[in-house]
Design a protein around this ligand. Structure first.
Ligand SMILES: [Fe+2]
Length: 347
């Protein structure tokens, strides 16, 4: 992708200033063949302006979602918000709101809302939930997310129980109708049908609000039961570094040959299997200090063509086949405004 200097942004995440980036002027919409090929080769690909035509239809919903985020930041309970702004009415009769929990055991959690699909006479799916969480513990990062799932948290198996999966997805659409920008987008449906060989279902849904100073460190989203992630930028803008795992390992090696890196990292980089396993560890500090904290490495990745800028209306596809064939990605918020985004896994 070619970067044209139009304006410059500071890359800052949780207090770490990681250099500047230039916003690209425009990226062309790839054709279907290119999209299919990228997915097959475990490469991320941007579908620029894909949502532009449909966005105005959902502007009121997007505005309401921003208000919901603001109220949450101001400490208003979600359950209370639901009751107040007639959202409960919107959910009925398909969903019954059962309870909310402040999730005291989970430091990162804000609140969790529980629902059943159906009514007392006819329950279609039980124990669905929407959980609001902070994305970090950093004081100046107000980023938060709403995640939709079901059953016992941490033990949800997205490969099992397609019925509850379906209803957790419907709950997301009811609470955030702008979800349809992905789920009803004829282009996305067509591309994903061709890639998967069947009609896609959108599971493991997350509605994100990335605020200035927020984002996500390098990670992958591999999980049994889905093939990858469709990410849609509904407001604001984000900056991404994205490379599949093999590429990322190669970039680290190339960089390390040209720059000073710690001996511990250098010895890891010499052993592909050890490096690959190490990257999956919760604490992978030697790699993290390079790929997440080193502004020179970030500039190096940008120069190698691994950067994307997502502006409002853009969509990004992130294939996640398995641990060795998946797109690792790092996200920064661009600009001064929080942005809403959808991150839906596809199966
Ligand atoms: Fe991710």
């Amino acid at each position: 992708m070619t970067f044209k200097l139009t304006s410059r942004y500071l890359l800052e995440r949780r207090g770490l200033k990681l250099g500047h980036v230039s916003a690209p002027k425009a990226v062309d919409m790839p054709d279907k063949k290119t999209i299919m090929k990228a997915w097959k080769n475990d490469q991320s690909i941007v579908l620029p302006k894909l949502l532009d035509e449909q966005l105005p239809r959902y502007q009121a919903d997007i505005q309401r979602a921003h208000q919901c985020m603001e109220s949450t930041l101001n400490g208003v309970e979600l359950g209370e918000q639901l009751e107040k702004n007639s959202s409960i009415k919107r959910l009925e009769p398909e969903f019954s709101f059962l309870a909310s929990s402040m999730e005291e055991h989970d430091e990162q959690a804000i609140e969790k809302l529980y629902f059943d699909a159906g009514d007392e006479q006819n329950i279609l799916a039980e124990d669905l939930w929407c959980k609001a969480s902070w994305l970090s513990f950093h004081d100046e990062d107000a980023s938060l997310r709403f995640r939709f799932s079901f059953g016992m948290e941490g033990y949800e198996d997205v490969a099992a129980d397609p019925k509850r999966q379906h209803w957790a997805g419907e709950l997301c659409t009811k609470m955030f109708p702008e979800s349809e920008l992905i789920t009803k987008n004829t282009d996305i449906l067509q591309y994903m049908s061709s890639i998967l060989g069947h009609q896609p279902a959108f599971v493991e849904r997350i509605v994100y609000f990335n605020t200035p100073n927020g984002g996500a460190q390098f990670h992958h989203d591999v999980e049994r039961g889905h093939a990858g992630v469709v990410f849609a930028q509904l407001s604001g803008a984000t900056f991404w570094l994205a490379a599949n795992k093999l590429q990322l390992m190669q970039v680290m090696r190339d960089f390390s040959e040209k720059h000073n890196t710690p001996a511990e990292l250098q010895s890891l980089l010499k052993n592909q299997v050890a490096l690959s396993d190490y990257m999956e560890e919760e604490d992978h500090g030697w790699v993290e200090s390079l790929i997440d904290h080193n502004p020179i490495f970030i500039q190096y990745m940008i120069k190698q063509g691994y950067a994307h800028v997502l502006q409002t209306g853009d969509v990004l596809l992130l294939p996640q086949r398995d641990l060795n064939h998946c797109v690792w990605h790092s996200v920064f918020t661009l600009g001064d405004e929080p942005g809403e985004a959808l991150s839906f896994a596809v199966r």
